[in-house]
Design a protein around this ligand. Sequence first.
Ligand SMILES: NC(=O)c1ccc[n+]([C@@H]2O[C@H](COP(=O)([O-])OP(=O)(O)OC[C@H]3O[C@@H](n4cnc5c(N)ncnc54)[C@H](O)[C@@H]3O)[C@@H](O)[C@H]2O)c1
Length: 408
Amino acid sequence: MAAALQTNTRLHPINVFPGKCRSLNDHSRAPCRVRCAAVSPGEKRFNIALLPGDGIGPEVISVAKNVLQQAGSLEGLEFNFQEMPVGGAALDLVGVPLPEESFEAAKQSDAILLGAIGGYKWDNNEKHLRPEMALFYLRRDLKVFANLRPASVLPQLVDASTLKREVAEGVDMMIVRELTGGIYFGEPRGIKTNENGEEVGFNTEFYAAHEIDRIARVAFETARKRRGKLCSVDKANVLDASILWRKRVTALASEYPDVELTHMYVDNAAMQLIRDPKQFDTIVTNNIFGDILSDEASMITGSIGMLPSASLGVSGPGLFEPIHGSAPDIAGQDKANPLATILSAAMLLKYGLGEEKAAKRIEDAVLAALNKGFRTGDIYSPGNKLVGCKEMGEEVLKSVDAKVAATV
Ligand SMILES: NC(=O)c1ccc[n+]([C@@H]2O[C@H](COP(=O)([O-])OP(=O)(O)OC[C@H]3O[C@@H](n4cnc5c(N)ncnc54)[C@H](O)[C@@H]3O)[C@@H](O)[C@H]2O)c1
């Protein structure tokens, strides 16, 4: 157990410092420390790194931080929040997307809550100076290889789904996406001129057996705690990396006799998600397929603004973030749905800190706010109350408090 922190519940201002950048080729990082939290009877303290990022990131993080703080305090948890710049915000401040100081603050924390990264302003930057590189560096260097993306259709939001009620109702799946390998990280990669003088762009889908095994184990364990069904999604009819993927996942199945394993090609999976999403319980897939399928799944649930995610490694802090981007089209207009980030804070409590009661408080409060009819624009349907990001946050906050009033 770590020593108790000296400070608590204090928001540090964003530091301005000369930027040192992390690079894609920096593989020298020592393993992440083992996560631990100060525990004394009735009181626990945790260091939380807040990385608001760009666009709607700061709006949704500010709301989620308040909810996290409140739910935690009702369960005897105290948080020391440290807010640091990443992405475009860091580029503007110090000229690099992930300053060393931001990475160190994240790495030394007990858990990380991230908003979103990116925006039009930096779209024409050179690749190493694009805001999104901060995400790649964070995921790679924190070694958070397992990305859990739950996608459930809440009864309150069935009508917000793009699918017919009878197809959407009752959908409850978990997408387990491999996050630190595959084509997003594989070498060789680049743009060069071929022998005919023509430019060619290329990337490499690369998976080592151990990378497949460790994500498959997370998926089998996840399925075991859910409805016991695991669907592995690949493209084994075309891609060699997928042939190995299928072979390794199949080999592991004998260790999980209580889990029913099936395989599906990714093109079929994309179709089945729309045709009959209820057939899925847990899905495990590679980095790029998981990226795409989880965005698709988000629309079944009503909005990309509803879906949280957790990225976990073997040790060290987990990274918790909504699956949406920085939504520059609505940034600064108080239109963002903060629920994905608030639910990411619940995942932080549950998967990052092992604080299930506080997590449940947040989940219940989100449902209570929806039950009262509060809706941001992306999930609005006639008859409900249209609210902005801040007001939705206030309503969730009130519901966190109301739960106490009801149980005292
Ligand atoms: N994890 C991340 O930080 C992440 C993920 C995806 C995209 N991005 C970046 O975000 C920027 C914008 O990308 P994009 O437009 O493709 O994806 P996006 O997710 O930012 O937005 C897609 C659409 O969904 C809407 N939307 C997203 N989140 C919402 C929310 N919480 N509430 C209401 N509506 C919401 C947006 O208004 C937009 O119409 C790009 O720079 C991209 O690289 C970042």
